[in-house]
Design a protein around this ligand. Structure first.
Ligand SMILES: O=C([S-])c1cc(C(=O)S)c[n+]([C@@H]2O[C@H](COP(=O)(O)O)[C@@H](O)[C@H]2O)c1
Ligand code: NI
Length: 384
């Protein structure tokens, strides 16, 4: 399983992310080819393998070929991305990152997200940063993604609104929607930007410690400014032998949702790729019959599942805990039976062996022969 870890020791910005992705092996030619599909003229990338404080890394800058002062709405940006020839997965990721910025800007300036008038972030360099990050992310294609606490900086930053406190209000809103803790150390100024924070929030889940992995590649993406500390984003790519990068159990008690919604939610959770989701009947306060929703998922899905539950159920709080588990090795074999070939799941663990026929095959044979499921099951077991 491929693991990607964002080490945000000096915060995160759009260009630092692009630089770091290129430094861990994202293909620059692929990035430029895909960016051209946006159909937005007037920019090129400046990619330099360079050193900062004696550390080798990559600097990636979006250089404007002319002057660009477009003020775009969220819908304009969605139109550009949707209308491009980019892969669907890249489009989805890029729009989701922009949505986080639009929601934050809307909240800060007191307007609905649709009316947000992007200033800095509507400019071509920001579109390239965000879409470029989505392209590189899908190029690297990790199975799970984590991020550290974010060194967001301190003091004030000069931007289109004038002198604003750090983290800038939009950055603070984006951070506030995540589990990522922030702190300030060795940075006098802004080290986490709205673009960078939205990329991190969309791609990664917070990990309190270094995630378990054998490290394969380390890359640095450098920022422009000089701080007391090295101004860079460090990415780790590694792998774990097991399929597990941690399993999460999430639970919430619900006493005010219709049965139809409950069924809908369970189906939707499986579409989000959870390992299991189920309801348990319970009694809650004031003797209300209710259900406990339990979801079991990979730790990397924490943010996706959290957002799904809050968006789709009446729940306003979740209990989450990481669990250890023991799993048997599983393999599928095919055995010949008088009913034809049947797939058998063979599970082994330290000399223990369990063999069981695949349910779907038994169901099919029961349907084809008109015999009962129990009869087919008993007959097939003789051939295991
Ligand atoms: O453009 C946006 S959304 C924006 C909002 C704010 C607010 O806090 S409101 C601040 N800024 C500042 O602009 C620059 C560039 O940001 P990028 O995300 O494009 O790198 C940065 O200093 C932000 O704090 C932008
Ligand atoms: Ni703003």
């Amino acid at each position: 399983m491929k693991v990607l870890y964002f080490d945000c020791f000096a915060g995160i910005s759009g260009d630092m992310t692009l630089g770091a992705f290129l430094d861990i092996g994202a293909d620059p030619a692929h990035l430029e080819r895909e960016l051209a599909k946006l159909g937005v003229p007037g920019f090129h990338l400046e990619i330099d393998k360079t050193q900062k404080r004696g550390i080798t890394g990559t600097k990636c800058r979006v250089v404007m070929d002319g002057h660009e002062h477009a003020h775009r709405h969220f819908s304009d940006i969605v139109d550009i991305i949707e209308g491009s020839g980019l892969d669907e997965a890249v489009k989805k990721t890029a729009i989701a990152i922009f949505r986080r910025v639009a929601e934050a800007e809307g909240k800060v300036h007191g307007v609905p997200m649709e009316q947000v008038h992007f200033h800095e972030v509507g400019a071509v360099d920001s579109i390239v940063d965000i879409v470029g990050a989505a392209i590189c992310f899908h190029d690297i294609a990790p199975d799970v993604v984590y991020g550290s606490a974010v060194n967001a900086g301190q003091g004030f930053v000069k931007c289109a609104h004038g002198l604003l406190p750090v983290p800038a209000p939009a950055t603070a809103e984006i951070i506030g929607k995540t589990d990522f803790p922030i702190y300030a150390k060795g940075v006098d100024g802004e080290s986490a930007t709205p673009t960078g924070m939205a990329i991190l929030a969309e791609l990664a889940s917070y990990s309190a410690g270094f995630p378990q992995m054998a490290v394969d590649t380390i890359g640095y993406g450098f920022g422009d400014r000089e701080f007391e500390i090295l101004n860079g984003l460090r990415l780790f790519v590694g792998h774990t032998d097991s399929e597990d990068c941690g399993i999460l159990v999430m639970e919430t008690n619900i006493d005010d949702m219709t049965g139809e919604t409950a069924g809908y939610v369970l189906e939707g959770l499986f579409e989000q790729g959870v390992r299991d989701a189920f309801y348990t009947p319970i009694y809650m306060k004031k003797n209300r019959p209710a259900v406990k929703l339990t979801v079991i998922c990979d730790a990397g899905k924490e943010e996706t599942v959290t957002r799904y539950i809050f968006a789709q159920t009446s729940s306003i709080g979740l209990r989450k805990y990481q669990v250890d588990r023991a799993v048997m090795n599983r393999e599928i074999e095919t055995v010949d039976t008088p009913f034809g070939p049947v797939r058998v799941k063979v599970c082994t663990y330290g000399g223990i062996v369990k063999r069981s026929p695949e349910y779907e095959d038994l169901k099919r044979i029961a349907g084809e022969t008109g015999k009962s499921f129990m009869e087919i099951e008993a007959a097939v077991y003789k051939y295991l």
